[in-house]
Write a protein that binds this ligand. Sequence first.
Ligand code: SME
Length: 160
Amino acid sequence: MYEFKIEAADKAELYRQLIEAADALTAGEPDAIANMANISALLWEGLPDLNWAGFYRNVGGELVLGPFQGKAACIRIPFGKGVCGTAAQTRQVQCIEDVHAFPGHIACDSASASELVVPIVHQGQLLGVLDLDSPSPARFDEEDVRGCVALIEKIASRLA
Ligand code: SME
């Protein structure tokens, strides 16, 4: 139904296209779960070398598994626990080169080697986090951080 041709010569262009597609996919749709589902599918298809892409939602001060692509994952993560819980508690992006060296990392999929978690904040409220996992160590760099933060900023109001 939706066809996005994400063909990018470099990462900056890849994220420009992903952000444009994410904006188009969520425009006018108020349902946060539907939008998270489509964004996780878009990122899964558009970003190379991932083994998990999806969302955890802030439900009453606890992260609860939301729409995702990849293997079945842990359902509830307390704030402050693991990479996702740390991103939720601190509201800081977590770009982890080696998840096995991260204290308290929660291994949902043993294939995961590196991880990028972006907190989703809208009107001062933490809505949840975007979580990307890769089987390659140090898969995510500054450009991925910038690109994912920009993507989340663009669509945060549609994830509320
Ligand atoms: N590894 C994460 C848990 C979520 S899964 O990777 C999908 C963490 O430590 O927060």
